[in-house]
Design a protein around this ligand. Structure first.
Ligand code: ADP
Ligand code: MG
Length: 415
């Protein structure tokens, strides 16, 4: 009843083989190559990207694999085999019609980046066709960024097909791919994304997390060698339903944006020091009649999360995982009490993890469902998953799903 359910984790070789097999079966010839891009977890720094804050994700081993060949005409044939679906999602369309309003649903994520790359001048404006077969080990809609994985895998593939092998090694090209994927998700899909997911999907590095500072646009790798410290990050997909997410996200972000706008600053962090930010928030609440306690708590989450994340990055550099774990618990408390974006399932995961001796635990991603992470000794990964499964069964929640996360490489050619 409460046996933990582990998400499938193929080796990259197995996933590549599956993508190539599917390609050949569907299109009757061999693909030119396979490109892959990973999902991610964010270790700390939540709901601060749009406030000019700093976050610390790492790329997962779990990736989306794109077997692809260019065509001589302007037809795109694309299919995606989703885990637990017996049939692939499929489409056939004209390569010239991939912009806003021309494609929708999953095709916006998969093909919108091709439109954005053309708009940015990174691909030639002539609309080349492709045959594409996709498989993925990143669970969809679990807060682990399957969306950036598919965007960045397709974008990396078409850029290297056009520019030649090794194009991905160029920093400027990777930055352009990140921007194209962000633009596609914002403008073609119509989903608001701050860019965390696309940055890490392109810039992941084995054994490292990536600090992304949204006030400067700069990012740098931070060592995150869990293995040699006998530690692991357990990811727990809460499987909680996501129904309220859109309006709730907008209302949180709306307060932060409104205070920023009120001060004519470019981001909340730009307003000044912490005292100046709190004072500005109170002035804004008074002038608009907004609830001042609620405003203060929302702003307090953002302000404290940014300073917690800066401290946590220093802890990680010193390999001080105890201090890092304390920051994870504090982050969750702030997201629960001040930002109010957790749900009972996420709180239960963190409480259970704490009771069973996790070094740290917190929700990860936007909240209102999605996933949580726990920092645990390697030997505790399976007992911890059992304990969490048991508490879900006792609370009569739908069973969670688990995976063990390892800091892994970003987008790359696999074959
Ligand atoms: P998350 O990024 O956290 O997984 P999102 O809601 O941002 O959740 O993105 C999920 C959406 O991305 C899916 O509903 C689907 O439209 C698209 N998507 C992601 N991966 C794939 C895939 N492998 N095949 C087809 N569509 C995908
Ligand atoms: Mg997403």
């Amino acid at each position: 009843m409460s046996t933990p359910h582990w998400l499938p984790n193929r080796t990259s070789q197995e996933a590549c083989d599956a993508a190539l097999r599917n390609f050949e079966r569907s299109y009757g010839y061999s693909a030119t190559g396979v490109w892959a891009a990973p999902g991610r977890v964010n270790l700390i720094g939540e709901h601060v990207d749009y406030a000019g804050g700093i976050c610390l994700p790492f790329a997962l081993e779990q990736s989306t694999y794109v077997a692809i060949s260019p065509r001589d005409d302007d037809t795109i044939r694309i299919e995606s085999w989703l885990p637990s679906h017996s049939e692939p999602a499929k489409a056939e369309l004209r390569a010239g019609n991939l912009g806003p309003g021309e494609i929708s649903g999953w095709l916006g994520y998969a093909l919108g980046p091709i439109w954005a790359l053309r708009e940015a001048g990174l691909l030639s404006p002539s609309a080349r066709g492709y045959d594409v077969a996709i498989v993925s080990d990143v669970p969809l809609g679990s807060g682990l960024s399957s969306s950036a994985a598919i965007e960045c895998a397709v974008a990396s593939a078409v850029v290297e097909l056009e520019k030649g092998d090794g194009a991905l090694a160029d920093d400027a090209t990777r930055t352009a791919i990140i921007q194209a994927a962000i633009r596609a998700e914002n403008e073609v899909v119509g989903a608001s994304t701050g860019g965390l997911d696309q940055n890490i999907s392109l810039q992941g590095k084995s054994g490292f997390a990536l600090a992304i500072d949204f006030s400067t646009g700069q990012s740098y790798h931070v060592p995150c060698d869990l293995e040699s410290h006998d530690l692991a990050i357990l990811v727990i997909d809460s499987n909680a339903p996501h129904s309220l997410a859109d309006g709730q996200y907008a209302s949180r972000r709306g307060i932060i944006d409104a205070v920023t706008h009120y001060c004519q600053a470019s981001t909340l962090r730009d307003i000044g020091d912490d005292t100046a930010i709190y004072a500005a928030a109170q002035q804004w609440a008074t002038s608009t009649g907004a609830d001042s306690d609620c405003t203060n708590r929302r702003v307090r989450h953002v302000v404290t999360e940014i300073s917690r994340t800066l401290d946590a990055i220093e802890s990680l550099k010193r390999a001080d995982f105890q201090a890092f774990g304390c920051a994870m618990y504090a982050s969750h408390k702030s997201l629960k009490e001040d930002y109010e974006v957790t749900v009972s399932q996420l709180d239960l995961i963190v409480d259970t993890a704490k009771d069973y001796g996790a070094i740290g635990a917190r929700m990860t991603g936007g909240g209102f469902g999605g996933s949580a992470i726990a920092l645990v000794p390697r030997a505790e990964v399976h007992p911890m998953a059992q304990a969490i499964s048991r508490s879900f069964a006792q609370a009569e929640f739908a069973p969670p799903a688990f995976l063990q996360a390892t800091p892994s490489p970003g987008a790359r050619r696999e074959r």
